[in-house]
Write a protein that binds this ligand. Structure first.
Ligand SMILES: [Zn+2]
Length: 270
């Protein structure tokens, strides 16, 4: 039997969104809501409205008004993992790198982890402390602009369906474009590149603007998919949201830790 999570993965969002954040020298960075990993809504419960619904436990047909979406009998059943019955976001928003000629399909898109993108930009900076400062200040400006400000994944999807002008995912793109332009202005940065290594492509040279956009977009998606600050207020937020990847950047720029050791600190599985 497929799990709820698996079924969600296979169900497309109610309205598809694929839009370029930036395009430059044969590459583009795209914001899409077609990610395949819907995250748990950090605050919302399965039956938040308290409607009369069928118990969410498979095979149970009991009607319940309980907000957690499972009937009283199953609520009291200790063998039931109640954490499995949570409200998932209605879309998974992610940033992807494509060649300009590629179609908007998931199969051609490349998604990089935060620490990879941070390493690309740090490789561009090299020993030049002025450049290192640009990368750090750019990242801090991005998380301050996003944390508790960007709408969560479900709300972005709702605004997309409602097609509100100026709101929703288009405004996320506008925020990112403005940030990148502020720290990596075209006048000085358009001729610069970052070297990026992909398992299948080997090392390729990408415009600096593409690398910076990927970092900002990755941070934005972290906040959108996992952050809870917009739901509960920044002061009450339990999730670090887009602040999380900043740890790696600070370890790499403020300590003498090697790339490998810094990655272990951020994620012991590395
Ligand atoms: Zn039940």
């Amino acid at each position: 039997m497929t799990s709820r999570k698996e079924r969600l993965r296979l169900t497309p969002p109610s309205e598809v969104y694929n839009r370029d954040v930036t395009a430059c020298q044969g590459y583009r960075v795209l914001l899409s809501n077609q990610g395949t990993k819907r995250h748990k809504h950090p605050t919302r419960r399965l039956n938040e409205d308290g409607a009369s619904v069928t118990c969410a436990v498979p095979g149970c047909s009991v009607l319940t008004n309980r907000k957690d979406g499972i009937c009283r009998m199953h609520f009291q059943d200790k063998s039931i993992d109640r954490k499995a019955y949570v409200h998932f976001h209605t879309a998974d928003w992610y940033g992807a790198l494509l060649k300009t000629a590629d179609s908007n399909t998931l199969g051609t898109a490349r998604v990089a982890e935060h620490f990879e993108v941070i390493d690309w930009l740090l490789a561009w900076a090299g020993p030049d402390q002025a450049r290192v400062s640009i990368v750090v200040e750019f990242t801090l400006a991005a998380v301050r602009a996003f944390h508790g400000v960007l709408d969560n994944a479900t709300e972005l999807q709702r605004q997309l369906v409602a097609a509100r002008n100026g709101a929703g995912p288009d405004s996320v793109i506008a925020t990112i474009v403005a940030l990148v332009d502020r720290f990596f202005p075209s006048s000085t940065c358009d001729t610069q590149s970052v070297n990026i290594k992909f398992k299948d492509l080997g090392e390729i040279s990408l415009p600096l603007k593409i690398g910076a956009t990927m970092l900002a977009l990755g941070l934005a998606c972290e906040e959108i998919n996992r952050g809870d600050a917009t739901d509960v207020g920044v002061a009450k937020a339990k999730r670090a949201g887009c602040w999380m990847p900043v740890t790696y950047l600070l370890l790499r720029t403020r300590t003498e830790l090697s790339r490998a050791k810094a990655r272990i600190c951020v994620n012991p599985r590395h």
